[in-house]
Design a protein around this ligand. Structure first.
Ligand SMILES: Nc1ncnc2c1ncn2[C@@H]1O[C@H](COP(=O)(O)OP(=O)(O)OP(=O)(O)O)[C@@H](O)[C@H]1O
Length: 291
């Protein structure tokens, strides 16, 4: 897949593993090509936050290597070129946005762009004199994003950053993400349960399932490849091995997630094979767990 083999990579995880008491992540191989948005999806507890934290250097892996912006997450200079928004990474409640901006200027030095920060606050409709504790959840996410963007990062790592935002604001954020990667030098790795958002903006989708990366594929190819087939069980037997990912049986027949939608449609011309969304793909892969 063209987009995933670019030489210019914003981040690379190679053989990354992390062991918690009741959870094993990896080994994970994942590349974030420069100039792209990679959407990270997976069920609750699949390991998305753990992966993102390792990539940012918040946690270290038990095994494997992380390359961040040509260096390692331990490198301060590389970390300064990283913008992060984690769902639970909030500021001290008593601080106003104005005060937070001043603290960030102290942390990021010349990289901090006070004018850009003020412009984002205005664009997001945030009152800079209000205390963080007085902001709504959506406002907090917006402030976190403004903060992440105002030091001109090359890579944005977003963990559920659009959760809790209303559809209009979410739309604005997605536009902003697309603007951010426009020059092909900036990249985004974002986890989200709102798969519709990723269908809109992501170039590729990485699917984590029980700590394992099931696939990382170009989004358009993925949506082209998978299909939802409603048919009789006898029809499924006409399909080549490996075509059917999982089948749910109901009172009216079968519903299957299939790969190679074109082949399926050719072999079963009388059966309709609808396109499958990311939600469908996840739902059926999860369904296989009980097999
Ligand atoms: N510090 C920790 N100590 C022990 N277990 C942990 C720790 N951090 C995460 N885990 C475990 O790792 C697993 C993956 O958690 P993680 O937060 O990465 O999942 P996630 O995909 O981001 O989930 P969600 O969609 O619910 O946010 C979970 O079983 C969690 O309990």
């Amino acid at each position: 897949m063209g987009g995933l083999t670019m030489a210019n990579e914003a981040a690379v995880l190679r053989g990354v593993q992390k062991q918690y008491k009741n959870f094993t992540l990896g080994p994970i191989d994942l590349t974030v090509p420069a100039g792209t948005i990679v959407g990270l999806v997976g069920e609750n507890g699949a390991g998305k936050t753990t992966t993102l934290r390792i990539l940012c250097g918040v946690n270290s892996p038990d095994a494997g290597e992380v390359t961040l912006l040509g260096s390692t997450p331990a490198d301060k200079a590389a970390r300064a070129r990283l913008g992060v928004v984690f769902e639970d990474a909030y500021f001290f409640g008593g601080l106003t946005a104005e005060r937070i901006g001043k603290s960030m200027a102290g942390i990021f030095g010349s990289r901090w762009d006070a004018g850009q920060f003020a412009a984002y606050l205005q664009r997001f409709g945030l009152d800079s004199r209000k205390k963080f504790s007085e902001y709504s959840r959506g406002m907090r996410m917006k402030l976190s994003l403004a903060t992440a963007l105002a030091h001109h990062p090359d890579l944005l790592v977003l963990d559920e950053a659009t959760a809790g935002l209303d559809p209009v604001v979410r739309g604005e954020m997605l536009d902003l993400f697309l603007e951010f990667i426009q020059d092909e030098q900036h990249s985004i790795l974002m986890s989200s349960h709102i798969t519709g958002d990723l269908e809109q903006v992501a170039d590729s989708i990485a699917y984590l399932h029980h700590g394992q990366l099931l696939f990382h594929e170009n989004k358009d190819a993925l949506l082209q490849e998978y299909g939802l087939l409603r048919c009789r069980r006898a029809d499924l037997e006409k399909l080549p091995a490996g075509c059917v990912v999982f089948t749910r049986q109901n009172a009216f027949g079968c519903e299957s997630l299939v790969k190679n939608r074109e082949t399926v449609q050719r072999l079963l011309p009388d059966v309709i094979c609808d396109s499958a969304g990311i939600d469908d793909i996840m739902r059926f892969y999860s369904g296989r767990d009980g097999q």
